[in-house]
Design a protein around this ligand. Structure first.
Ligand SMILES: *Cc1c(COP(=O)(O)O)cnc(C)c1O
Length: 425
């Protein structure tokens, strides 16, 4: 029971975002089994590639073992295109900086390092919580030599793609787009996953549709698609024996996994509609307390993967986060993400802190971090010269992800809303 309410914990946990199966998945998995295509070859894989390329609106989709694998091969392609073929044992981005979304999951950024590159983090804007075009422009002033940019759409909400792509094109750079969280979302009617030269969607277990794992590389460039298909299957040459002229990877999607993805695709729009309803119910239910929902740009239709809220500055009690622990002081009428997350957990539901920005992560703390203010260079890991907190750190401090599972009932969501409201008492 949560203080001040008579709400009892849910009997079955309400998750942040869990897989929602429909039955067709099992049919296609069974088909793989019964036809003995228990392999990284088979009809389900071909169908997934067809479904993904048609739905998103790109010419080619290559089914891979994970979205991260797709981002890796996309980075490798971009590196080779910008800087030439590396020697065996060297990364394609070695010695080169890459501009990266700062507030994202680390899978957006790690592939830069797999290829020997150095991530330069670009601060977040307040209007959609994605890469700030003003800060990106500053970054190009400081590092005009940069040729590769990776952009994610946080929580399924598209970023300012017109501004971002204009800047990237003006500087002759290559965009690698990470649409892992935003599959099905549109910016001015155009699907995310089509803006970059090399794009990624993910079928990880918590995404809007899932294969339990898996991802797709998306592109309109046939040569790139062929390369990714070849690299992902150990870079075998067309010879009678195992002939290798390039470095290969074991990144291809399994035909069993592809059966799950194939079964999920027809339900993508339904999942989006459910998630949108969840977002709107939170928005309505929380409108009288000092919070706002994660913001959406005009002309955008997110996939509403996760609903998030941001506590108004004047309603924040003191909250201090160390590397792995957190402490807060309760004040009447005020709260913080930690208290709300504890309240949500106390009724057996799962929320989560906002993705901790990359520039604040111990692994990336010494990497350059660019903000919109001043000359763009942010001093230490989080504080800009003058003591102003950067946008990403601020959202991390005041924001949280709400239970957004599409199987959550209206009654359950009402109780979650009630518990959140009680935190402001
Ligand atoms: C999930 C996710 C990925 C990685 O996808 P996997 O399929 O799990 O490898 C990449 N980027 C973002 C932003 C993600 O949320």
């Amino acid at each position: 029971m949560f203080k001040g309410t008579d709400i009892k914990p849910f009997e079955t946990k309400v998750w942040l975002a869990s897989p929602t199966m429909h039955g067709d998945e099992l049919k296609y998995m069974t088909e793989a089994y019964e036809t003995n295509w228990m392999s990284t070859v088979g009809k389900n894989i071909n169908e997934v590639e067809k479904l993904a390329s048609e739905y998103i609106g790109v010419k080619y989709a290559v089914a891979l073992s994970a979205g991260t694998a797709s981002l890796h091969l996309g980075m490798k392609l971009a590196g080779i295109e910008a800087y030439g073929m590396p020697k065996v044992g060297h990364g394609a981005l070695e010695g080169h900086k890459v501009f990266c979304t700062d507030m994202t999951f680390d899978a957006t950024v790690n592939p830069v390092v797999y290829e020997g590159g150095e991530p330069v983090f670009i601060d977040t804007e307040k209007d959609s919580w994605n890469m700030d075009p003003v800060a990106l422009e500053k970054a190009f002033e400081i590092y005009p030599e940069v040729k590769v940019v990776v952009i994610a759409h946080l929580y399924g909400t598209p970023g300012k793609m017109d501004e971002l792509t204009r800047i990237i094109n003006e500087h002759g750079a290559i965009l690698v787009e990470d649409a892992a969280e935003s599959m099905g979302a549109t910016y001015k009617g155009v699907q995310t996953g089509t803006f970059g030269k090399y794009n990624t969607i993910s079928f990880n277990g918590n995404k809007i549709i899932t294969g339990s794992a898996g991802g797709c590389f998306l592109t309109n460039d046939k040569k790139a698609a062929d390369k990714v298909r070849k690299w992902s299957t150990q870079a075998r040459e067309n010879a009678a024996w195992y002939q290798h002229e390039e470095l290969g990877y074991n990144y291809r999607m399994s035909n069993v996994i592809a059966g799950v993805v194939r079964g999920q695709f027809p339900y993508l729009d339904e999942h989006i509609a459910q998630k949108k309803e969840i977002y709107n119910r939170y928005k309505e239910g929380l409108k009288d307390i000092p919070v706002s929902m994660n913001p959406i740009l005009d002309d955008c239709e997110p996939n509403y993967w996760l609903s998030c809220l941001l506590i108004n500055e004047d309603a924040m009690c003191k909250q201090v986060r160390g590397e792995q622990e957190v402490c807060y002081t309760k004040e009447i009428g005020k709260t913080c993400p930690t208290e709300i997350l504890e309240a949500i957990a106390s009724i057996n539901a799962e929320g989560r802190p906002i993705w901790k920005p990359m520039h604040m992560q111990p692994i990336y703390r010494l990497n350059p971090f660019i903000v919109r203010d001043g000359n763009g260079r942010a001093r230490s890991n989080a504080y800009i010269e003058g003591g102003v907190v950067d946008v990403g750190m601020d959202i991390f401090q005041r924001g949280l992800c709400l239970p957004s599972d599409n199987k959550m009932t209206k009654e359950q969501q009402d109780k979650i809303i009630e518990v959140i409201k009680a935190c402001f008492e």
